[in-house]
Design a protein around this ligand. Sequence first.
Ligand code: 3HC
Length: 322
Amino acid sequence: MEQKPQATPEDPAKLAQFQARIDAGESIEPKDWMPERYRKQLVRMMSQHAHSEIVGMLPEGNWITRAPSLRRKMSLLAKVQDEAGHGLYIYCGTETLGVDRAELVDQLLDGRAKYSSIFNYPTLSWADIGVIGWLVDGAAIVNQTVLAKASYGPYARAMIRICKEENFHKRQGFEIVATLAAGTPAQQAMVQDAVNRWWWPSLMMFGPSDTDSPNSAELLRWKVKHKTNDELRQRFVNLTVPQAIAVNLTLPDPDLTYNAETKNWEFGEIDWAEFHEVIRGNGPCNRERLAARRAAHENGRWVREAAEAHAAKQRRRSTEAA
Ligand code: 3HC
């Protein structure tokens, strides 16, 4: 049986030189030497991020035809189109690490790749669209503004561009939430119900607690991450609680209390069993989301084949012309 090539231990001198570059705050570019483990971690994280953007279009896309006004429809359309662009942009960034996008997409479609747990929850009312913009994109902004300083150049630069659009996503979401929260009793009940359903899954977007995060130590050492999962989660809670208070919404956490000393909003225990169940594929919408992506991929086969045929024709023409 053919022996799998053993991963060669990296040259200690090269590793030390690489770490010195990281510690000096240098940006690592695609053609630079990097430890295989650094490359693998980035492929894992960036491809999952890209998958999340693409799958993230589904819950919101579900409401484009049912938006309550042309203005809301246009704003939601723009947001969903932005998410598609974010996914393609991050796939391009991942390809700079020498991986093939088709392989990454196959990993998603056959269930080998992760994407953010948050997108496995259903969007049951229009209020969900506002709450997703406010909480989910709000959480993404907290995370991605820090990732914009990641040591891997293409990823950091992608984040800078993406964060500009995320800010629009959050603002349009919070406007929907504020409008409903100041609306009729039925609208207030609708938006409060959405907050009740999306609050805890939004906290789960930041990953497991620091004590249960196998990748964080390495990613922090290599300055891919600059903050831990719990630090980012706490920053998100501190930002969001005053916003909920401002629009008279109640966050579904009886343990939420302000600590004047640490200036943190302390919050209750996250249901990690739910988190791990959703990641294992047993969330409310996991099967539906993958089925939708598989159908879209199948329906797009003819486009890929036509593009490939056109490219082959162009290649033949340029060979004949040479
Ligand atoms: N959903 C699914 N999987 C998750 C997860 C989540 N919310 N949180 C953690 N995980 C997985 C990790 O991928 C890892 O599994 P793996 O080793 O098989 O990949 C495992 O749980 C342990 O977690 P770690 O904390 O060790 O993993 P990381 O150090 O990678 O941290 C992360 C997890 C914080 C999600 C980090 O990967 C990250 O910041 N990724 C980039 C940002 C991103 O992907 N955001 C997802 C949302 S995209 C989005 O919000 C789009 C916006 O437009 C709405």
